[in-house]
Design a protein around this ligand. Structure first.
Ligand SMILES: [Cu+2]
Length: 324
Protein backbone atom coordinates (compact mmCIF):
# COMPACT_ATOMS: atom_id res chain seq x y z
CA UNK A 1 0.00 0.00 0.00
CA UNK A 2 1.69 3.19 -1.17
CA UNK A 3 0.92 6.44 0.64
CA UNK A 4 1.47 9.48 -1.58
CA UNK A 5 1.06 11.65 1.51
CA UNK A 6 2.88 9.91 4.42
CA UNK A 7 3.29 13.19 6.33
CA UNK A 8 -0.21 14.50 5.61
CA UNK A 9 -1.79 16.84 3.10
CA UNK A 10 -0.30 20.09 1.76
CA UNK A 11 2.88 20.14 3.82
CA UNK A 12 4.20 22.99 1.67
CA UNK A 13 1.53 25.38 2.87
CA UNK A 14 0.75 26.94 -0.50
CA UNK A 15 -2.74 28.44 -0.51
CA UNK A 16 -4.38 27.00 -3.61
CA UNK A 17 -3.63 23.28 -3.63
CA UNK A 18 -6.49 21.05 -4.58
CA UNK A 19 -7.41 19.11 -1.45
CA UNK A 20 -6.07 21.74 0.92
CA UNK A 21 -9.61 22.67 1.82
CA UNK A 22 -12.89 20.82 1.98
CA UNK A 23 -13.90 17.60 3.71
CA UNK A 24 -11.13 15.44 2.21
CA UNK A 25 -8.29 17.69 3.34
CA UNK A 26 -7.11 15.28 6.05
CA UNK A 27 -7.37 12.13 3.99
CA UNK A 28 -4.20 10.38 2.93
CA UNK A 29 -3.92 9.26 -0.68
CA UNK A 30 -3.21 5.52 -0.47
CA UNK A 31 -3.20 2.98 -3.30
CA UNK A 32 -1.99 -0.57 -3.72
CA UNK A 33 1.01 -0.55 -6.03
CA UNK A 34 3.77 -2.85 -7.22
CA UNK A 35 7.36 -1.63 -6.82
CA UNK A 36 10.86 -2.93 -7.49
CA UNK A 37 12.79 -3.64 -4.29
CA UNK A 38 16.37 -4.68 -3.65
CA UNK A 39 17.25 -7.80 -1.65
CA UNK A 40 20.60 -8.77 -0.12
CA UNK A 41 21.03 -11.76 -2.42
CA UNK A 42 19.27 -14.12 -4.82
CA UNK A 43 17.53 -16.00 -2.02
CA UNK A 44 15.21 -12.97 -1.77
CA UNK A 45 14.83 -13.39 2.00
CA UNK A 46 16.19 -10.09 3.36
CA UNK A 47 15.46 -6.66 1.91
CA UNK A 48 18.49 -4.41 1.49
CA UNK A 49 17.79 -1.17 3.35
CA UNK A 50 17.84 1.98 1.25
CA UNK A 51 20.66 4.36 2.29
CA UNK A 52 19.46 7.62 3.89
CA UNK A 53 20.77 9.73 0.99
CA UNK A 54 18.42 7.87 -1.35
CA UNK A 55 15.27 8.03 0.80
CA UNK A 56 13.94 10.63 -1.62
CA UNK A 57 13.68 7.97 -4.35
CA UNK A 58 10.35 7.02 -2.81
CA UNK A 59 8.36 4.77 -5.08
CA UNK A 60 11.22 4.37 -7.58
CA UNK A 61 13.01 1.04 -7.69
CA UNK A 62 16.57 0.50 -6.49
CA UNK A 63 19.26 2.67 -8.05
CA UNK A 64 21.40 0.65 -10.47
CA UNK A 65 24.86 2.13 -10.97
CA UNK A 66 27.55 1.30 -13.48
CA UNK A 67 30.71 2.70 -15.01
CA UNK A 68 31.29 2.35 -18.73
CA UNK A 69 32.91 -1.06 -19.23
CA UNK A 70 30.90 -2.76 -16.46
CA UNK A 71 28.47 -5.60 -16.91
CA UNK A 72 25.14 -5.32 -15.08
CA UNK A 73 23.34 -8.47 -14.06
CA UNK A 74 19.95 -8.29 -12.35
CA UNK A 75 18.36 -11.35 -10.83
CA UNK A 76 14.69 -10.45 -11.00
CA UNK A 77 12.06 -12.35 -9.05
CA UNK A 78 8.42 -11.59 -9.61
CA UNK A 79 6.65 -11.55 -6.25
CA UNK A 80 3.47 -10.05 -7.69
CA UNK A 81 0.54 -11.91 -9.19
CA UNK A 82 1.01 -9.93 -12.43
CA UNK A 83 3.18 -10.61 -15.45
CA UNK A 84 6.09 -8.19 -15.31
CA UNK A 85 9.58 -7.56 -16.60
CA UNK A 86 12.58 -5.22 -16.50
CA UNK A 87 13.29 -3.19 -19.62
CA UNK A 88 16.30 -0.85 -19.41
CA UNK A 89 16.85 2.30 -21.42
CA UNK A 90 20.28 3.04 -22.86
CA UNK A 91 22.11 -0.11 -21.84
CA UNK A 92 23.04 -2.83 -24.32
CA UNK A 93 20.81 -5.91 -24.29
CA UNK A 94 20.41 -9.06 -26.32
CA UNK A 95 16.97 -10.45 -27.06
CA UNK A 96 17.03 -12.49 -23.83
CA UNK A 97 17.38 -9.33 -21.73
CA UNK A 98 15.18 -6.70 -23.42
CA UNK A 99 12.25 -7.28 -21.09
CA UNK A 100 9.56 -6.29 -23.61
CA UNK A 101 6.74 -8.38 -25.04
CA UNK A 102 6.15 -8.02 -28.80
CA UNK A 103 6.53 -9.90 -32.08
CA UNK A 104 10.27 -9.58 -32.54
CA UNK A 105 10.85 -12.84 -34.38
CA UNK A 106 12.35 -14.58 -31.35
CA UNK A 107 11.26 -17.72 -29.52
CA UNK A 108 12.24 -20.07 -26.71
CA UNK A 109 14.93 -18.77 -24.34
CA UNK A 110 14.80 -15.34 -26.00
CA UNK A 111 11.16 -14.93 -24.90
CA UNK A 112 11.58 -15.68 -21.18
CA UNK A 113 12.58 -12.11 -20.33
CA UNK A 114 9.47 -10.61 -21.99
CA UNK A 115 6.96 -11.38 -19.23
CA UNK A 116 8.13 -13.14 -16.08
CA UNK A 117 5.21 -15.07 -14.56
CA UNK A 118 4.11 -14.80 -10.92
CA UNK A 119 6.77 -16.41 -8.74
CA UNK A 120 9.18 -16.70 -11.67
CA UNK A 121 12.78 -15.56 -11.86
CA UNK A 122 14.85 -14.21 -14.75
CA UNK A 123 18.42 -12.92 -14.89
CA UNK A 124 18.81 -9.85 -17.09
CA UNK A 125 22.30 -9.20 -18.49
CA UNK A 126 23.08 -5.66 -19.60
CA UNK A 127 26.56 -4.69 -20.83
CA UNK A 128 27.54 -1.03 -20.45
CA UNK A 129 29.52 0.03 -23.55
CA UNK A 130 30.60 3.58 -24.43
CA UNK A 131 27.26 4.34 -26.06
CA UNK A 132 25.47 3.69 -22.74
CA UNK A 133 27.60 6.29 -20.98
CA UNK A 134 28.03 10.07 -21.19
CA UNK A 135 28.58 11.61 -24.63
CA UNK A 136 31.28 14.23 -25.24
CA UNK A 137 29.09 17.11 -24.01
CA UNK A 138 27.47 15.25 -21.10
CA UNK A 139 28.63 15.61 -17.52
CA UNK A 140 30.54 12.66 -16.03
CA UNK A 141 27.35 10.64 -15.50
CA UNK A 142 23.99 10.18 -17.20
CA UNK A 143 20.63 8.84 -16.10
CA UNK A 144 18.52 6.09 -17.64
CA UNK A 145 15.31 4.43 -16.55
CA UNK A 146 14.19 0.86 -16.30
CA UNK A 147 10.58 -0.23 -16.18
CA UNK A 148 8.29 -3.17 -16.75
CA UNK A 149 7.26 -3.52 -20.39
CA UNK A 150 4.62 -6.25 -20.59
CA UNK A 151 1.79 -3.75 -20.97
CA UNK A 152 4.01 -0.71 -20.70
CA UNK A 153 1.55 2.02 -19.70
CA UNK A 154 -0.24 -0.18 -17.17
CA UNK A 155 3.00 -1.49 -15.71
CA UNK A 156 4.44 1.98 -15.11
CA UNK A 157 1.18 3.36 -13.73
CA UNK A 158 1.19 0.39 -11.35
CA UNK A 159 4.56 1.62 -10.04
CA UNK A 160 7.17 -0.50 -11.81
CA UNK A 161 9.87 2.03 -12.67
CA UNK A 162 13.40 2.77 -11.45
CA UNK A 163 16.68 4.65 -12.18
CA UNK A 164 20.08 3.75 -13.66
CA UNK A 165 23.15 6.01 -13.43
CA UNK A 166 26.08 5.36 -15.78
CA UNK A 167 29.37 7.12 -15.13
CA UNK A 168 32.10 7.72 -17.69
CA UNK A 169 34.96 5.18 -17.65
CA UNK A 170 37.41 6.06 -14.90
CA UNK A 171 35.18 8.82 -13.51
CA UNK A 172 33.63 6.89 -10.61
CA UNK A 173 34.71 6.37 -7.02
CA UNK A 174 34.92 2.77 -5.73
CA UNK A 175 31.28 3.06 -4.53
CA UNK A 176 30.13 4.06 -8.02
CA UNK A 177 29.51 7.75 -7.32
CA UNK A 178 31.00 10.22 -9.82
CA UNK A 179 34.25 11.73 -8.51
CA UNK A 180 33.36 15.29 -9.49
CA UNK A 181 30.11 15.75 -7.53
CA UNK A 182 29.29 16.06 -3.84
CA UNK A 183 25.62 15.11 -3.97
CA UNK A 184 23.23 13.46 -6.40
CA UNK A 185 19.44 13.57 -6.47
CA UNK A 186 17.01 11.77 -8.75
CA UNK A 187 13.60 13.34 -9.30
CA UNK A 188 10.93 11.58 -11.35
CA UNK A 189 8.10 13.90 -12.35
CA UNK A 190 5.71 11.00 -12.21
CA UNK A 191 2.01 11.22 -12.92
CA UNK A 192 0.51 7.96 -11.78
CA UNK A 193 -2.84 7.42 -13.48
CA UNK A 194 -4.40 5.02 -11.02
CA UNK A 195 -7.25 4.27 -13.42
CA UNK A 196 -4.54 2.68 -15.64
CA UNK A 197 -3.03 0.62 -12.80
CA UNK A 198 -3.41 -3.17 -12.75
CA UNK A 199 -4.76 -2.70 -9.22
CA UNK A 200 -7.40 -0.12 -10.12
CA UNK A 201 -10.40 -2.33 -9.33
CA UNK A 202 -8.84 -3.55 -6.08
CA UNK A 203 -8.07 0.02 -5.09
CA UNK A 204 -11.61 1.15 -5.77
CA UNK A 205 -12.97 -1.72 -3.71
CA UNK A 206 -10.59 -0.82 -0.91
CA UNK A 207 -11.61 2.83 -1.02
CA UNK A 208 -15.30 1.84 -1.19
CA UNK A 209 -15.57 4.02 -4.28
CA UNK A 210 -16.66 1.55 -6.88
CA UNK A 211 -20.13 2.00 -8.28
CA UNK A 212 -21.59 1.96 -11.79
CA UNK A 213 -21.57 5.76 -11.94
CA UNK A 214 -17.87 5.96 -11.16
CA UNK A 215 -15.99 4.71 -14.18
CA UNK A 216 -12.52 5.36 -15.47
CA UNK A 217 -14.11 6.94 -18.55
CA UNK A 218 -15.59 9.72 -16.41
CA UNK A 219 -13.06 12.56 -16.78
CA UNK A 220 -13.71 14.03 -13.33
CA UNK A 221 -13.36 10.65 -11.67
CA UNK A 222 -10.25 9.92 -13.70
CA UNK A 223 -8.64 13.22 -12.76
CA UNK A 224 -9.28 12.50 -9.09
CA UNK A 225 -7.27 9.30 -9.49
CA UNK A 226 -4.33 10.87 -11.28
CA UNK A 227 -1.56 11.52 -8.79
CA UNK A 228 0.75 14.36 -9.77
CA UNK A 229 3.78 13.18 -7.85
CA UNK A 230 7.52 13.60 -7.60
CA UNK A 231 8.93 10.12 -6.89
CA UNK A 232 5.48 9.06 -5.66
CA UNK A 233 5.07 11.94 -3.21
CA UNK A 234 2.62 14.81 -3.52
CA UNK A 235 2.02 18.10 -1.71
CA UNK A 236 5.42 18.50 -0.12
CA UNK A 237 5.85 14.92 1.11
CA UNK A 238 9.04 14.45 -0.91
CA UNK A 239 11.90 13.85 1.61
CA UNK A 240 13.73 17.15 1.43
CA UNK A 241 17.00 17.04 -0.53
CA UNK A 242 19.68 18.51 1.72
CA UNK A 243 22.84 20.24 0.51
CA UNK A 244 25.37 22.86 1.54
CA UNK A 245 26.20 26.15 -0.11
CA UNK A 246 29.04 25.70 -2.59
CA UNK A 247 28.66 21.95 -3.04
CA UNK A 248 28.56 20.40 -6.51
CA UNK A 249 25.05 19.02 -6.79
CA UNK A 250 23.89 16.88 -9.69
CA UNK A 251 20.14 16.62 -10.32
CA UNK A 252 18.89 13.78 -12.49
CA UNK A 253 15.41 14.61 -13.80
CA UNK A 254 12.97 12.05 -15.14
CA UNK A 255 9.36 11.84 -16.20
CA UNK A 256 6.89 9.04 -16.73
CA UNK A 257 5.07 8.13 -19.92
CA UNK A 258 1.49 9.38 -19.64
CA UNK A 259 0.14 11.61 -22.39
CA UNK A 260 0.09 14.72 -20.22
CA UNK A 261 3.52 14.05 -18.74
CA UNK A 262 4.98 17.33 -19.98
CA UNK A 263 6.65 19.03 -17.07
CA UNK A 264 8.63 22.12 -16.14
CA UNK A 265 10.91 21.21 -13.23
CA UNK A 266 11.60 24.46 -11.41
CA UNK A 267 13.88 25.33 -8.51
CA UNK A 268 13.36 28.36 -6.34
CA UNK A 269 16.36 30.15 -4.90
CA UNK A 270 19.11 28.70 -7.09
CA UNK A 271 20.07 28.29 -10.73
CA UNK A 272 21.47 25.29 -12.55
CA UNK A 273 23.44 24.45 -15.68
CA UNK A 274 22.04 22.15 -18.32
CA UNK A 275 23.52 21.53 -21.77
CA UNK A 276 26.10 24.21 -20.91
CA UNK A 277 23.30 26.75 -20.47
CA UNK A 278 21.98 28.46 -17.33
CA UNK A 279 18.39 27.87 -16.27
CA UNK A 280 16.11 27.44 -13.29
CA UNK A 281 13.48 25.39 -15.15
CA UNK A 282 13.98 22.14 -17.08
CA UNK A 283 11.40 20.97 -19.62
CA UNK A 284 10.58 17.26 -19.54
CA UNK A 285 8.65 15.37 -22.21
CA UNK A 286 7.30 11.83 -21.62
CA UNK A 287 10.10 9.48 -20.52
CA UNK A 288 12.67 12.29 -20.49
CA UNK A 289 16.02 11.78 -18.82
CA UNK A 290 17.96 14.96 -18.10
CA UNK A 291 20.92 16.02 -15.96
CA UNK A 292 21.30 19.46 -14.43
CA UNK A 293 24.15 20.72 -12.28
CA UNK A 294 23.85 23.19 -9.43
CA UNK A 295 26.26 24.90 -7.11
CA UNK A 296 23.84 26.39 -4.59
CA UNK A 297 24.82 29.86 -3.40
CA UNK A 298 21.69 30.83 -1.54
CA UNK A 299 20.92 29.09 1.79
CA UNK A 300 17.31 28.45 2.70
CA UNK A 301 14.35 26.14 2.29
CA UNK A 302 13.17 26.38 -1.30
CA UNK A 303 10.32 25.13 -3.43
CA UNK A 304 11.01 22.55 -6.11
CA UNK A 305 7.94 22.04 -8.25
CA UNK A 306 6.42 21.47 -11.65
CA UNK A 307 5.54 24.79 -13.22
CA UNK A 308 2.68 23.36 -15.31
CA UNK A 309 -0.32 24.92 -13.58
CA UNK A 310 -2.54 21.84 -13.41
CA UNK A 311 0.32 19.73 -12.09
CA UNK A 312 1.22 22.27 -9.44
CA UNK A 313 -2.42 22.41 -8.35
CA UNK A 314 -2.46 18.61 -8.35
CA UNK A 315 0.34 18.48 -5.80
CA UNK A 316 3.51 18.13 -7.89
CA UNK A 317 5.51 20.15 -5.42
CA UNK A 318 8.31 19.57 -2.94
CA UNK A 319 11.06 21.48 -1.19
CA UNK A 320 14.82 21.30 -0.87
CA UNK A 321 17.12 22.79 1.72
CA UNK A 322 20.43 24.57 1.30
CA UNK A 323 22.52 24.91 4.48
CA UNK A 324 25.06 27.73 4.89
CU1 LIG B 1 4.22 18.52 -14.40
Amino acid sequence: MWDYTPGGRNLVGTPSLEGSEGPSAAAHRIYRKAVYREYRDRTFTTLKPRPPEWEHLGILGPLIRAEVGDLIQVVFKNNTKLLCSMHPHGLLYAKNSEGALYNDGTSGEDKKDDAVPAGGTHTYVWPVPERAGPGPDDPSSVIWMYHSHVVEQRDINTGLVGPIIVTRRGAANPDGTPKDVDREFIMDFAIFDETESWYFDANMMHQRQYSPELRASDPVFRLRNQLYSINGFIEGNLPMPLMKKGERVRWYLLSNSNEDDVHAAHWHGETAMMNRMRTDTVSLFPMSMAVAEMVPDNPGTWLFHCHVTEHLEGGMIGRFKVLP
